[in-house]
Design a protein around this ligand. Sequence first.
Ligand SMILES: C[S@@+](CC[C@H](N)C(=O)[O-])C[C@H]1O[C@@H](n2cnc3c(N)ncnc32)[C@H](O)[C@@H]1O
Length: 384
Amino acid sequence: MDTRTKEAGPTRLASALVRSGALETDWIPTYKAVPRDMFVPDRVWPGIADGTRQNALVDRANDPDAWLEAVYSDIPLTTQWDGGEHQGNGLGTTPTSSSSQPHMVFSMLSDLNVRDGHRVLEIGTGTGWNAALLAHRLGSKNVTSVEFDRAVADGARQNLKDTGLTPLLVVGDGRNGFAGNAPYNRIIATCSVGEIPPAWIEQTVPGGLIVAPWGPLYGGEGIACLTVQENGSARGMFTRSSAFMRLRQQRPDFPPHDFYLKGREWPADGARSKTKLSPAAVEGWQEQFAIGTRVPDVFWTVERYDDGSYTLWTYSLDGESWASTDYEPDADTSDVVQAGPRNLWDETENAYEWWVDNERPGFERFGLTVTGHGEHRVWLDTES
Ligand SMILES: C[S@@+](CC[C@H](N)C(=O)[O-])C[C@H]1O[C@@H](n2cnc3c(N)ncnc32)[C@H](O)[C@@H]1O
């Protein structure tokens, strides 16, 4: 192995994280004491920074330098596909565990704003790196981490043992938190949710924080930083964009396309119209998030054609409403067909125009309130 790479990697990554503002001074000793390489398995599929695609397998046994390079790059590393069913060298269908991007790890730890003596619950142990960072900073007895996948938890347990850190690892469904060690001052989720589970609010002290990636069904996702209130609700702002894998039990199961067309030929009973808004305009991560907060229970797919044109299909979970919006390069207008009780393209267009009229707000201008009854309300700038 090239020893220069081993020495340079952690320092180079630390410098990049400090420069970007993710790694704050108070976390530097912990970063140094808990090296990422002790938590990354030998076989990983390196991702790109936004976390939505993976590159080919890097296997430490075949190429230790490439492995170390991947470990000390600011990228997420997929460590499991399809709940462990995919065992080959290629890419699986759905990534189900990973070592998160270091920039995101330290940004979220900064959002978590821990103080000495705080008790923390993590949801999504994965490799155990984040649990180890917290255990080093706060003491192992103050950290509990829940992982749903037993094999993943076993790997984390071994990694933690090698570092001598002993946070409590629990195999279970993180939606339930872990009542055995509650209450917590902080809960951090490292898998994303569409609904904040009530147990997380119940198990956090009033004034405590829940830091969790939250995203609407339509798409887009940001880190919600919620303060638990005396009345059993939780509210706060989003701090940044994120792209985590979904908590396994909240992964949506969408009806197939044919379910909507019910065996009929397009346009079936849909009403035709034209739009000046290109479907390309609504595809950005931030745009998806903004639209998703105003257009509930809606998802979409894209059908691409050889000439560069495509159809954006939008569907509602009611199983009835759908819309097709055609994209043609250089066209001034797009053809729209809408069917069912909801006019999904009109809803999408209205939500997009609302976002533009409000000066295209970023994640940091959005807030989320989760009431004591579990209702989720997203707001812009201030809660009305
Ligand atoms: C992005 S990885 C976590 C990265 C991890 N914190 C680390 O430091 O390596 C997300 C993890 O959440 C776990 N997960 C998904 N659904 C879960 C659930 N309901 N309860 C607990 N863990 C869950 C996945 O199995 C996966 O290991």
